[in-house]
Design a protein around this ligand. Structure first.
Ligand code: SF4
Length: 307
């Protein structure tokens, strides 16, 4: 059974809320997973990251973002000067793994939202990074598309929301990494403005030039995103966690299609949540994505999760 939202909002500490949510059976997802994956990080952080839901590794280990996508997220955070246990709190829209890593249904998202709202009520973030279309649609606009909304601040009730690509989308399409880095540079800027003017980001010092305009994005050298393992920029910091238009919908669906002959086993592939990718021809020179994918593979290897 789910607790009424008003009751959840009366819980005053994260440990108690976690115990309550771990007993949640408000939707059918609980019957098909090992357990509730509640959240991770610092409940007092001013910066919150919200993803879609647990994958296989998260379900097994009970923590969000611990698979290949999670390892990439940790490298992104390190490049931004954010430590998972100190600067951020991480949660998902749904707390139980959808079977087959499918996208959670609107009903499942709605059933779990009171749990997330209670987490957000305790954390009181001033900045929220929405990782992927499911988080964007669940918290901002059910019709929004991540490829169009990413990189633009949305302010609701005094909270600054930054939509960007889910790390799993970056694994599937490494050409998106540079746009994601631009988005995270905006997050660093806002963090310095609202939380800590002295925040140190290894690859984005205070006063550095802001995100490049769209027309300049081609000038970013391939593989220079600071979390790209093996890049010159990554050498000093990226230790990892270790270390509604039908046409638009069809366009985005085509962008997430598996390449012919390249489909890994279902249990190990990082599926891109629908809408998290962009069409080819998005301004990325041919070959850049392949180069970055190779760099990532050297660092991440194959894992058992898409998130
Ligand atoms: S996904 Fe959320 S609402 Fe559904 S059972 Fe798990 S915790 Fe409860």
């Amino acid at each position: 059974m789910a607790r009424p939202e008003a009751e959840l909002m009366r819980i005053h500490d994260m440990a108690t809320l976690e115990q309550v949510v771990k007993g949640c059976t408000a939707c059918g997802l609980r019957a098909g997973c090992r357990g509730v994956v509640f959240g991770d990080g610092n409940p007092s952080a001013r910066l919150m990251l919200i993803g879609e839901g647990p994958g296989a590794d998260e379900d097994r280990l009970g923590r969000p973002f611990v698979g290949r996508a999670g390892q990439l997220l940790d490298r992104i955070l390190a490049a931004c000067g954010f430590d998972r246990q100190r600067h951020v709190y991480i949660a998902n829209i749904v707390k139980c793994r959808p079977p087959g890593n499918r996208t959670p249904t609107p009903e499942e998202r709605a059933a779990c939202l009171p749990n997330l709202r209670a987490q957000m009520w305790l954390v009181q973030p001033v900045i929220v990074v929405l990782l992927g279309s499911t988080a964007l649609q669940a918290l901002v606009d059910p019709a929004a598309r991540i490829s169009r909304a990413r990189g633009q601040w949305i302010v609701r009730d005094g909270v600054w929301y930054m939509p960007t690509y889910h790390p799993a989308a970056l694994l599937r399409n490494p050409a998106l990494k540079r746009e994601c880095w631009h988005d995270f540079k905006k997050v660093i800027d806002k963090y310095r403005e609202l939380v800590d003017p002295a925040h140190v980001a290894p690859h984005y010092p205070p006063g550095a030039e802001g995100p490049a305009p769209a027309a300049d994005r081609r000038r970013v050298p391939a593989g220079e995103e600071p979390w790209a393992a093996g890049s010159a920029a990554a050498a000093g910091s990226a230790g990892g966690p270790v270390a509604g238009a039908a046409g638009a919908a069809a366009e985005e669906a085509a962008a997430t299609r598996e390449p012919e002959g390249g489909t890994p086993p279902a249990g190990s592939r990082d599926r891109v949540p629908p809408g998290d990718s962009v069409p080819s021809g998005n301004g990325v020179p041919p070959g850049d994505g392949v180069h970055q994918l190779n760099l990532f593979d050297q660092a991440g290897g194959e894992g058992g999760s898409r998130r």
